[in-house]
Write a protein that binds this ligand. Structure first.
Ligand code: BYC
Length: 472
């Protein structure tokens, strides 16, 4: 179904045919806009931003680019097309038709997953609220705003499901999604990484590279859900998500490039004095964001994950492309786990290891960006390699949370960890330095802050000096 933009809430779910639902969502809409005003990008009400807006929910040719005043962005409800013959691909319900309504016995499980997913979306907007003030260019300013409006739309995607399929509880949960706030000591966001700060652009690019990538893997698993409206919501969200990870990967790449250019030009490792971010500091930020994002996959051994799978609620990454029985009752999986203060390899039932399996898929994907970043370092003739730290490094969730582990995977005492931690994770001083580089936003078209290289091409193939944001 095409997206109907004549409605107060743009949608492709024929919202006007269900007056009660439409009214409920129209009641939620002003609360969302109040939240955006209070917690979204600060001081941007009058900006015209060159944004893409969905005009179709299919992958090819889905977006329109044009100037939008940000609070007038048309947030709406867009689900990928329905396959009327879709079958559940795994678990006890394998082979049965996908559910168009929520099965009673799965109600609370599904609601919880949808709420957890929904909670991350506004959280990230809150985390990024102040970034516009220090944007290194108009191009980057436009990109953070694009990410923000789409995370806002992802919130709409989950709120639609809560309202449409979970009755009163769902409406209450939708309210709560606007009441919890990132880092709020009384009402924090649900998952740890979403209560961290994103105070500078290196953090932002690392966040969009590593944490948005968790989004990709979680959404892909939920896209396998037997609950078809959730699956269709996530499939369209994944199309939007790809740009967010591009922003992260290319952002880090441009910082690395600029650092290498300065190192070569001035024949020095000490680029801090030249107003750029040294490679060891980039590595520390990478260590932090990777480890915090690994926590988002949950416990290594998880009966929750096993139950989600068996019930047909949450699948594996690209479930239908995996060649096995899709039931996993007799399958095993090998993974590292903490035991008696050591890391040991164990064979465990595959069903209980599904979080870890997804984490493996994620780690493999994360490594690809590092190959490209390292190529830039190598091409500059610099002897330095960015590395993903060991998966047990700096964990708060799961089996490794009880251990202290170095980036290369060595288990150590708390005293040794304390003595070395500042070599591996950003210190207060590192953060203060990176923050000190974040000057007032660079708003002259085609100009960039000193610590980052320009992108290789513009958004939607625009020229290098395109005016991505007009301030009015
Ligand atoms: N923090 O059996 P386990 C995105 C709790 S990002 C705090 O492993 P489960 C985005 C857990 O709740 C993607 N608590 O749990 C990115 C459980 O509590 P109970 C977001 C945690 O449920 C950037 C207990 O520990 N989407 O889209 O299998 C910008 C046992 O754990 C954490 C989703 O997460 C944690 N990190 O796994 C914008 C998808 N981890 O039951 C957006 C939906 C675990 O003992 N969520 N716990 O009280 C899920 O699939 C699952 O909830 C999780 C956790 C994978 C997160």
């Amino acid at each position: 179904m095409a997206i109907d933009y004549t409605q107060r809430i743009p949608n492709n779910v024929d919202l006007s045919s269900d007056r009660r639902l439409q009214r409920a969502l129209e009641n939620w809409q002003p609360r969302f806009l109040d939240w955006w005003k209070d917690m979204g990008p600060d001081g941007t009400t009058n900006f015209d931003v060159y944004l893409r807006t969905a005009i179709s929910a299919e992958a090819n040719g889905w977006a329109h680019f044009g100037y939008v005043k940000m609070p007038e962005y048309r947030w709406g409800i867009f689900l990928a097309g329905q396959d009327p013959n879709r079958l559940i691909a795994y678990g006890d319900n394998k082979g049965k038709p996908a559910w168009q309504e929520v099965p009673g016995e799965l109600r609370s499980t599904l609601r919880r997953l949808i709420v957890t997913q929904g909670d991350t979306e506004p959280a990230s907007v809150e985390q990024q609220r102040q970034l516009g003030k220090t944007a290194p260019s108009l191009y980057d300013l436009r990109n953070v705003f694009q990410v923000n409006v789409e995370e806002g739309r992802h919130l709409w995607a989950m709120v639609y499901l809560l309202h449409a399929y979970f009755g009163r509880d769902g409406r209450e949960e939708a309210e709560m999604l606007l009441e919890r706030h990132s880092g709020d000591p009384d009402k924090p966001r649900i998952l740890g990484a979403f209560n961290e700060k994103t105070p500078d652009w290196l953090s932002f690019f690392m966040f969009t590279y590593f944490t948005d990538r968790d989004g990709k893997y979680q959404l892909a698993s939920l896209a396998e859900s037997g609950f078809d409206p959730l699956s269709r919501s996530c499939r369209f969200m994944l199309i939007e998500e790809a740009h967010h990870m591009f922003v992260g990967e290319s952002g880090v790449q441009r910082i690395v490039q600029r650092t290498c250019d300065l190192m070569r030009e001035h024949k020095t490792d000490d680029v801090r004095g030249l107003g750029a971010i040294d490679l060891p500091t980039i590595q520390k930020y990478l260590n932090f964001h990777f480890s915090v994002s690994l926590d988002l996959f949950g416990q290594e051994a998880s009966t929750n994950a096993a139950n989600y799978y068996t019930m047909g609620v949450k699948g594996r990454y690209l479930e239908t492309r995996i060649a096995d029985d899709h039931v996993l009752a007799d399958s095993t999986f090998e993974m590292d786990t903490a035991e008696n203060g050591r890391i040991v390899r164990k064979t465990v039932p595959a069903l209980s290891a599904l979080n870890e399996r997804l984490r493996n898929d994620y780690v493999e994907d994360c490594a690809k960006g590092l190959l490209r970043w390292n190529r830039a370092i190598e091409q500059a003739g610099i002897d330095f390699e960015l590395k993903l730290p060991h998966r047990a490094f700096n964990r708060r969730i799961g089996t490794f949370a009880e251990l202290h582990v170095s980036p290369d995977g060595k288990v150590m005492s708390e005293a040794d960890w304390k003595a070395n931690e500042q070599k591996w994770l950003p210190t207060g001083e590192d953060r203060a330095f990176v923050t000190s580089l974040m000057g007032p936003a660079v708003i002259e078209p085609g100009k960039f802050a000193n610590w980052i290289a320009p992108p290789q091409r513009g958004i939607n193939n625009q020229a290098a000096n395109f005016e991505y944001v007009r301030f009015n």
